[in-house]
Write a protein that binds this ligand. Structure first.
Ligand code: SAM
Ligand code: SF4
Length: 326
């Protein structure tokens, strides 16, 4: 396994397939976002070559993200290509769900195992205010299609923004009473220059739990409080589904971080919220050998920063979330 100099095993790679998106979520990108040209982005062959190299170094878990990964025209061959790489144990995706109604079965057939689908509210009007597109019904049908295609467990990601969708927290939680789904509440991370959202609009895990308990009574903590990925899991007593809380701002989980990111333009990003990156695309296009790339990756991972400084008001300025791959 590639180790960083703090001894963390970096075996989980999130690959951004594209920075482009069919939504414009207020916490992620501005309405007039400009996307990169095709020439600036990794080709499918470059994505697969780098994934091979990462896997040869011990990376065994891959998540495809973006931007919106389902917009990539080659997503199906990319999934089946990654699945066939020796050492890769799981391939999942993070998606806004807009295209899942028509793609969920094809994605599962290509070898995709799971999908985390973003759903910030159960209210179509609020959906438009947060996601800036009128796609609520499509996303809902996409969630059902993912479930029918066996992309399980269904995990829904909700980023909560005070003044926009915080009133909907009880309705999102209620989905776990009706479905065997995981609803994961994510603290909004402020990204410099991306939006005009303010730190006071972050709704902390503690606050979200308080709101849910006011409505449904005391929550039951699961797994003795151990993290499931980046979430701490709870349940409304008797509910078939589960609630996850991701406290990136109020209680960062950097000590347990096992991940690195590959941006759509071929940069190895060591921490979501730090600007350190290693350009892999330029050397690859300059005919670097696999061994040279492996060395650059190993050195980059070794120097992975300990963690982020959101609590101290340190916000990364060089890229939006959609460019990095959340
Ligand atoms: N387009 C896909 C989607 O929305 O699921 C994948 C890319 S998106 C950047 C990945 C995840 O990052 C989503 O769950 C999204 O809600 C989350 N995200 C985006 N901006 C965020 C922010 N400022 N703070 C916290 N989470 C954010
Ligand atoms: Fe697009 Fe995902 Fe960013 Fe929303 S969070 S704008 S769906 S990339």
């Amino acid at each position: 396994m590639p180790l960083d100099h703090f001894g963390r095993n970096i075996h989980y790679l999130r690959i951004s397939l594209t920075d482009a998106c069919n939504l414009r979520c207020v916490y992620c990108m501005p309405e007039n976002m400009e996307f990169r040209s095709k020439a600036e982005l990794m080709t499918s062959a470059e994505i697969l070559r780098l994934t091979h190299i990462f896997a040869s170094m011990g990376v065994d878990k891959i998540r495809l993200t973006g931007g919106e990964p389902t917009l990539h025209p080659d997503i199906l061959p990319i999934i089946s290509g990654i699945k066939s790489i020796p050492g890769v144990r799981s391939v999942s995706i993070t998606t806004n769900g807009v295209l899942l109604e028509k793609m969920a079965h094809q994605l599962a057939d290509a070898g995709l195992e799971r999908a985390n689908i973003s759903l910030d509210t159960t209210d179509p009007t609020e959906f438009f205010q947060i996601n800036r597109r009128d796609s609520y019904d499509k996303v809902w049908r996409g969630i059902l299609a993912a479930e029918a295609a066996g992309l399980l467990p269904v995990k829904l990601n909700a980023v909560i923004v005070r003044g926009l969708n915080d009133k909907n927290i009880p309705n999102l939680a209620k989905l776990t009473l009706e479905h065997d789904w995981q609803i994961r509440f994510i603290e909004m991370m402020p990204f410099g220059g991306t939006t005009e959202l303010q730190t006071h609009q972050v709704v902390t895990t503690q606050e979200a739990i308080h709101i849910i308990e006011n409505q449904y009574g005391l929550l039951e903590i699961l797994n003795n409080g151990a993290m499931d990925g980046e979430a701490v899991m709870y349940r409304i007593p008797g509910a078939p589904g589960k609630l996850g809380f991701i406290s990136s701002v109020s209680k960062p989980f950097c000590a347990y971080c096992t991940r690195a990111r590959l941006t759509a333009d071929g940069r190895l990003r060591l921490c979501l919220l730090r600007e350190n990156e290693v350009d892999l695309l330029s050397p690859m296009r300059d005919s670097a050998a696999d061994e040279d790339l492996r060395k650059m990756i190993a050195e980059g991972i070794w120097g992975k920063p300990w963690g982020h400084g959101l609590a101290k008001g340190e916000v990364p300025l060089n890229r939006t979330m959609s460019e990095i791959g959340g």
